[in-house]
Ligand binder design. Structure first.
Ligand code: K7E
Ligand code: RUQ
Ligand code: CUA
Length: 639
């Protein structure tokens, strides 16, 4: 045994109690059969979204969003690189926490998936016709876009809240500089209101609300009666105001912030908004060319809540709350106070009454704070240790993850009684019930995503994959069905019935609709041309050759752009392209599309290229050469 190296548990199976008797049958999807649901798991620090079939737990796809992805060249190819441009430069990584499906009438509609980038604040949109990232927008005046993205019930807005409050420079725009001693006066948070086009889903930053300098953790929208509201958990509230403002009895509390988004939109439309300079990137994939383009935006409008009465309120919440979840009726708002011994449930109708009665207990920066008892519906007593997140079924129950006591706890929303608990392995973060944040959840499955894996699978050294568990919630008692490993590191996830997405899935791109300027629609139209130091190779791929496949006259230091059009018009026949020494990796070209790879040869000689995707019996033969001559030589281009 190696010194200092624990090998405990090797080969020892982990706990199996709580597993349903029919578990194998319940999750078995026979070969060739499809899963009942798609689930979209955030990739956390891997920056991607992974798609798993439910109930099988089979990995269906990885959708690259904020990180480069060698499998299909995302972030490497010239088509996609602009997608990862930000005001800080090219950032091919982020920390992705919260996927949210687009909505219609408070239900998920399977059109788009919105996700957040935590680190360099960004929101992305994935089109579920192609399972591609089609848009990434940077969020100005934000630092740590954790509290994001939250669609309202018809995607009128996607809301994105800052995690860190930062000193905002209202004259010059953006995050400025200030001493932390000046926190109270200078630091502010922001909530961004992003408009979504009803037809094509395009996002646009409409305005921001500059909120008190708390840290904003998580959000969720109301529904039904509370549909005009979005709720945000906050922490570090003591930094933002004086004790008097915060209320002397409340320094052991933080806040749940409530913002009436409809009223905010109205204030912004009626001219209450100010304007400040900004500098943020908005990157979009063009449909016709399949090339991403960046636009830099230079202005942003903002509202100050102190100038907008009735738009924002604060509800006292247990210290350092995490998730905020609204039940399907829209009446109950659950605050998951990870350090608290109970789970407070607030009442939306009591909040309405408290607004009318002015049942306030102080204010912060002019924003009224409700009296706790005036807005509280009740508390779930002793739910477990470390409540983080809650989702709901369609029978009036909530399900909360307990990070510290490693369990999922089922409780009744009306009488607040704990009904069941199921140990999960280990330390759950988020959980999902398909539609569990909509007005009508699909109460058959629950997927819980665990932070610590330990002994669940065969050991793979110190570093393990994360772990999800599928739970049957159709009966009174929860039953464990399946463990499945996940790519790093799922936070939130969403799921939707397969038939809301699958029928709209694109099979291949039509070649005659390809508008890429270097697309070649037939082999006889290929070309290799020089403009100064740039060589454009407009080439084609089809089973089993590239045209051209023998190029001469490229010179050392030329920028060679290989524009490869895949002429195949059959589902699932991509070709790949890679050339020796190219540091922009490879690219994968789907039928009908054109992808561009940039290459700058550093020395003279022969450089082979080949197709990287096994496409036919003659795949291995799908190759060619580029001959590179010395710089300044007079070798003409030949192909
Ligand atoms: Cu709870 Cu980033 Cu949603 Cu993770 S957050 S668990
Ligand atoms: S080749 S099928 Cu390298 Cu055998 Cu792959
Ligand atoms: Cu084309 Cu392999």
């Amino acid at each position: 045994m190696l010194q200092g190296c624990s090998t405990d548990n090797n080969g020892t199976d982990a706990k199996t109690e709580g597993v349903a008797e029919n578990a194998a049958e319940a999750v078995y999807v026979a070969p060739g059969k499809h899963d009942e649901l798609y689930s979209f798991l955030s990739g956390g620090f891997n920056g991607q979204v992974s798609v798993y079939g439910i109930p099988s737990g089979r990995l269906l796809k990885v959708i690259p969003v904020f990180s480069q992805f060698p499998e299909n060249g995302y972030g490497y190819s010239e088509n996609s690189r602009a997608m990862l441009m930000t005001s800080h430069g090219f950032i091919p990584w982020d920390d992705l926490h919260h996927p949210k499906l687009s909505r219609a009438d408070g239900m998920t509609d399977g059109r788009w998936l919105f996700v957040n980038g935590n680190n360099t604040p960004r929101v992305a949109r994935i089109d579920l016709k192609t399972f591609e990232t089609v848009e990434i927008m940077e969020i100005p005046n934000s630092a740590g876009n954790h509290c994001s993205p939250y669609p309202t019930n018809n995607n009128e807005y996607i809301l994105a809240g800052t995690r860190f409050s930062v000193p905002l420079n209202l004259e010059k725009g953006g995050v400025g500089d200030a001493s932390l001693d000046e926190y109270k006066e200078k630091f502010r948070g922001s909530i961004s209101f992003i408009k979504v086009d009803k037809e094509n889903g395009d996002m646009e930053l409409d305005f921001q609300v500059l909120v008190p300098g708390f840290d904003y953790d998580l959000a969720n929208g109301g529904k039904g009666p509370s549909g005009d509201w979005v709720f945000f958990t906050t922490y570090n509230s003591e930094k933002a105001g004086t004790l008097k403002e915060l209320g002397a009895s409340q320094n052991d509390r933080d806040y749940l912030a409530a913002i009436n988004w409809k009223m905010a939109a109205k204030y912004a439309a009626e001219g209450k908004a100010h304007e400040m300079p900004a500098n943020y990137y908005h990157n979009k994939l063009d449909h016709g060319t399949h090339v991403a383009k960046s636009t830099v935006k230079k202005k942003v409008r903002y509202l100050l809540p102190e100038e907008c009465p009735g738009m924002m309120y604060l509800l006292p919440a247990p210290k350092s709350p995490h998730g905020i979840d609204v039940d399907p009726t829209g009446e109950y708002m659950v605050v998951n106070g990870k350090l608290a011994s109970s789970l407070p449930v607030f009442s939306f109708s009591k909040m309405q009454k408290a607004i009318n009665d002015k049942a306030f207990d102080g204010e912060v920066n002019g924003i009224p704070v409700f009296k706790y008892d005036a807005v509280l519906y009740g508390e779930v007593k002793e739910p477990g240790l470390g409540p983080l997140h809650t989702e709901f079924d369609n029978k009036g129950n909530g399900y909360s993850t307990m990070f510290v006591s490693s369990e999922v706890v089922k409780w009744n929303v009306k009488d607040l009684k704990v009904l069941d608990r199921l140990p999960v392995y280990y330390s759950p973060g988020h959980l999902l019930i398909p539609g569990g944040d909509t007005r009508d959840p699909y109460g058959k499955y629950l997927v819980v995503m665990n932070k610590i894996t330990k002994d669940r699978y065969l050991p793979t050294g110190p570093e393990l994959l994360h772990s999800a568990q599928l739970i049957d919630i159709s009966g009174e008692k929860m039953k464990m069905l399946l463990d499945f490993p996940t790519l790093a590191e799922p936070h939130y996830a969403q799921a939707i019935a397969a038939d809301k997405v699958a029928p709209n899935s694109t099979k291949f791109f039509k070649l005659n609709e390809n508008k890429h300027p270097n697309a070649v629609k037939s082999e006889k139209d290929v070309s290799v041309t020089r403009t100064g130091r740039t060589v454009n190779v407009n080439m084609t791929s089809i089973r089993s050759h590239f045209t051209p496949d023998n190029i001469e006259g490229v010179q050392v230091g030329d920028t060679v752009m290989f524009h490869v059009t895949n002429l195949e018009q059959d589902w699932d026949v991509p070709h790949g392209f890679a050339i020796m020494g190219a540091n922009n990796a490879e690219t994968l070209i789907m039928p009908g599309a054109t992808q561009t790879l940039k290459w700058v040869p550093k020395g003279p000689g022969i450089y082979p290229f080949y197709c990287t995707d096994f496409c036919s019996a003659l795949h291995q033969e799908m190759q060619g050469y580029v001959r590179v001559s010395a710089r300044g030589s007079n070798t003409p281009l030949k192909f």
